[in-house]
Design a protein around this ligand. Structure first.
Ligand SMILES: [Zn+2]
Length: 670
């Protein structure tokens, strides 16, 4: 029993965005961003129940409309006067780990080649036609699949092609994605292809929170009774959607309203005209939803708040949101001359929206030091351990220098991990490197090898005319090599040995650059730091490069250099992660000048080298980034690199164009 859509409280923007798309699917879907536990999924799943039901041709697996069947329907052609059957609109969930075949459907190549039959098994896109396609954790879906989904959503068609055999069918659906930004961002290129985005957070108003809990209790105690109590509300929402859909074609977007749309888009400096189109469509849908046949300034305001925030983000580290003052100003400036000077109305939703902005951090403690904030930080200054041999006082965190485009560091060999952009891997996509006998159904046929396998048997099979006789045992599956994402675990020396603040800034800038690179290559990242008495897992492996960047910025520095402890902590982290995510190969990036210090009389350097050899013996791929600077170089990082069986790069060599720069400087010197 799903939770009734009408009973959802405190999610006004999200509900409105979903309803407007239900009225006008041309808006292009909804992306919902928010932390865990905000009932995002519950709300999406509740939507299907209030969508108008659809008439379908009985038996058609592609949900053809009897009034206008898809001429290309693989189950067609349907008779013109095909009987109709009415069923509820569907909500289809796409699991993050789905294969491409599962999503677009699969062609049975075996039957195509051996029997000459074009057999197509519909995928999730076919199932979602005329309904809702929902992807939870859409930020974790591989880019290629997200692209594919957004293309289908934009064209209203799914297309599958394998070795010259192709199938096309209608696939129009309302695409809804939900994600928790703390687990990593969606790439900006994909972000802007969702029609609308909304940010959700748990409501702050205690009365609203109480109502959420009250309804949840009532629902869990008696789901059927709760559903029945809300049935009239559900029915009236469904009727209102149907009504608004019918009104939609009559809604007028006047020149004045259009000018406001374009003025707002220009004020927020969005790329291209896509934003203008989506904003206009949303404003029209909102007018229809409100029972009006003309778009008003209020419709434009609501549309801009839903359609623009994600279109102006340039950097994954920028904060989302839309500045209300800029919006008001743009609307006012573009208002027609003779219009009354109205006060901006509060944002309108199906409930009464307009929650006040969150209060600025209201529980800032009395701690005046530079290290405030709630980070777990075992090496914080309170500990007396610093006193021993480390005169270095706690300093304010050093700001990182500007990030640069980093060169690709990769894990040697060929992995089998999830698709990404770092190390070589056996993959679902990529270049063909060979073929094997298929262990299951053939998904990527290696045509040449199949023909070569069939050729010797042609006489025995009694071939007379043109055309090969191909049998099942001839079929060869292509082996593809693409790239995988990895776990990049940084081990960063934050001790006093790293010298000047400028040097530490450069180190942080370099790690930040590698983090940006990891974001683009779909890697998981983790951060181990060591300084003072111990090493700390400052960030357990995560998708969130933002979290890693934040930890890095605040990283305190100074004190002793327990390099061995850092390596031990890294080994332990990798061991746990190998259990959790065995296919993902790790790459250790040790950022250090190679020095190690410990308690008096201990052999800190020897201990570090032993730890390094243990990592190398376990087959851990590693790179050492040498941070040593100054006129006298000891080359200790290189020695550590040898023990790790790792390549050692100087900090300056990390930039993608470092080689070109070096060549240039050598030429200039000559
Ligand atoms: Zn059909």
């Amino acid at each position: 029993m799903t939770y009734p859509f009408g009973a959802v409280v405190g999610m006004d923007d999200m509900r409105l965005a979903l309803l407007l798309n239900a009225v006008s699917p041309a808006i292009g879907g909804v992306l919902v961003r928010g932390e865990k536990g905000t009932a995002k999924s519950t709300t999406v799943r509740a939507l299907a129940a209030v969508l108008p039901s659809v008439a379908v041709v009985p038996g058609c697996r592609f949900a053809c409309d009897p009034a206008a069947p898809d001429p290309a329907c693989p189950d067609g052609p349907h008779e013109p006067a095909a009987p109709a059957q009415t069923r509820p609109a569907r909500l289809v969930e796409l699991p993050v780990g789905a294969s491409e075949d599962r999503v677009v459907g699969s062609l049975d190549l075996e039957r195509a080649l051996t029997e000459g039959v074009k057999a197509f098994e519909p995928g999730l896109l076919a199932a979602a036609h005329r309904g809702v396609l929902y992807v939870d954790e859409v930020n974790l879906l591989h880019d290629h699949l997200v692209d594919l989904l957004l293309d289908a959503a934009a064209l209203g068609t799914a297309y599958v092609e394998r070795e010259g055999v192709s199938v096309r069918h209608a696939a129009r659906f309302l695409l809804v994605g939900t994600m928790n930004p703390e687990e990593g961002e969606l790439r900006p290129q994909l972000l802007d292809r969702f029609g609308l985005t909304v940010e959700v957070a748990a409501p702050r108003d205690p009365a609203v929170r109480a109502e959420v809990v009250r309804r949840r209790f009532a629902h869990d105690a008696d789901p059927a009774g709760f559903g029945a109590a809300w049935a009239p509300e559900e029915a009236s929402l469904a009727a209102r959607i149907a009504d608004a859909r019918a009104r939609l074609p009559r809604v007028v977007l006047s020149d004045d309203a259009l000018r406001q749309v374009t003025a707002v888009c220009a004020a927020f400096d969005v790329d291209g005209l896509r934003a203008d189109l989506v904003t206009a469509r949303t404003a029209i849908a909102h007018a229809a939803w409100c029972g009006r046949e003309e778009v008003t300034e209020d419709d434009v305001r609501v549309a801009a708040r839903l359609a623009l925030p994600h279109r102006r983000r340039r950097n994954p580290f920028d904060a989302p949101g839309l500045d209300d003052d800029t919006l008001d100003q743009a609307l006012e400036d573009s208002r027609p001359e003779d219009a009354p000077d109205e006060d901006p109305p509060p944002p309108d939703g199906p409930g009464d929206g307009g929650t006040p902005p969150p209060p600025p951090n209201d529980d800032a403690g009395p701690g005046p030091g530079p290290d405030e904030g709630g980070y777990r930080d075992k090496g914080s200054p309170e500990g007396g351990e610093e006193a021993a041999g480390a005169p270095a006082r706690e300093k304010a965190a050093v700001a990182p220098s500007d990030p640069f485009r980093a060169r690709r560091l990769e894990v040697p060999g060929i992995g089998t991990g999830v698709a990404g952009r770092r190390s070589k891997a056996r993959a679902e996509r990529g270049r063909v490197v060979g073929s094997v006998r298929p262990s299951g159904p053939v998904t990527r046929l290696h045509l040449v090898d199949t023909v070569l396998a069939a050729a010797p048997h042609q006489v025995a099979r009694g071939r007379s005319g043109p055309g090969l006789r191909i049998a099942r045992e001839d079929l060869r599956q292509a082996t593809l090599e693409g790239r995988e994402g990895n776990l990049v675990l940084f081990v960063v020396d934050a001790s006093g040995s790293m010298g000047s603040r400028a040097r530490m800034g450069a180190v942080k800038g370099a790690v930040l650059s590698l983090l940006l690179d990891a974001y683009q290559r779909r890697d998981k990242v983790g951060l181990v730091t060591f300084r003072g008495g111990d090493a700390e897992l400052a960030l357990p492996p995560t998708w969130s490069v933002e979290a890693a960047a934040a930890r890095l910025r605040e990283l305190p520095t100074g004190g002793r250099t327990p390099l061995a402890a850092g390596l031990h902590r890294a080994a332990e982290t990798l061991r746990v992660e190998r259990v959790r995510d065995p296919q993902r190969r790790p790459l250790l990036v040790v950022v250090t000048d190679g020095r190690a210090t410990g308690a008096r009389g201990s052999d800190a350097v020897g201990a570090a080298h032993t730890a390094a050899r243990r990592l190398a013996d376990a087959g851990t791929a590693a790179v050492v980034v040498d941070c040593e600077s100054g006129p006298v170089r000891l080359g200790l990082a290189g020695v550590l690199g040898a023990h790790l069986a790792a390549r050692t790069l100087r900090l300056e060599e990390l930039a993608a164009d470092a080689l070109a720069a070096t060549v240039r400087s050598v030429r200039e010197a000559a």
